[in-house]
Every structure is written in C-alpha cells, then in structure tokens.
Design a protein around this ligand. Sequence first.
Ligand SMILES: [Zn+2]
Length: 139
Amino acid sequence: MARVKANAKAPATRPVRCYHCGHEHEVAARASRVSCPKCAKSLRVENVTIRTTEGWQHFQTCGRVTILAKGKLVAQTVEAQLGIEVRGGLEAKSYRGGPVTLKKNAVWRGDCVAPSITVEPGARVQRSAFVIGAADPGR
Ligand SMILES: [Zn+2]
C-alpha cells in the first residue's frame, strides 16, 4: 500500500558538524552546500557520488561518498563524515571520517582513520596506514 506523500513527515532539517571549526548546527534536509553560521566558511553537506575521475586538493563533505566502479577520487585529503563506499578507486594522502567499505575491485591508497572498515574479497589496498576503531575523528 502506498502511503500518501512520504515527505509529509520527513524532517525539515538535519544535524551537521562543520569540518572547518567543529560547530554543530542544523541544515535544511536537502541542502547541498551551506555556510557555517560560526566560521562562515563554505560547507558541503550532501552525499556525493563519484562517477568519473575527479581530482581535488581537499575533498570534504558532511555526508557520504560513493565511488562508482568507473570513478576515481584523487585528492590530498578526503573527509566523509558519514562514510565512504568504494567500488572504483581512491588515491589520497589521507582519509578520515565514517566507516569505509571497499567493494570487490576497489583500489584504495591512502592513510585511513575510520571507526570501521569492510573489505570484500577482490578489493586491493596499496601501501597505506590504517587506524581503525578510532573514535569518530573530530568529536
Ligand atoms: Zn565552521
């Protein structure tokens, strides 16, 4: 049975934590970018899907990152507060954030600080230093 307009009860806001200054605040549920009310810096708060090769200096979001099979994320630092799922490649100096999932055929290179990691058979990890089970960084 279909329910009437599901978003009637969807929360209008959700909590995020600024990755510049650590300030916790609420943003509109559908917001993709906001300015932190405390430090006024631009904050990416959306879930991001990487479909092709993307190069960044510092890749940061308060949401989740999914790297599709043909996608590759190349960056100095990667931060995804809600976690990252890799089907393609990630090449970074360091990752910090939520749980890491490496799917079959994923290729990971980068030091990693995360609360947990799941590695499927067939995923490859190149020379990297992992700290798993750390408290959520930044808290
Ligand atoms: Zn801030």
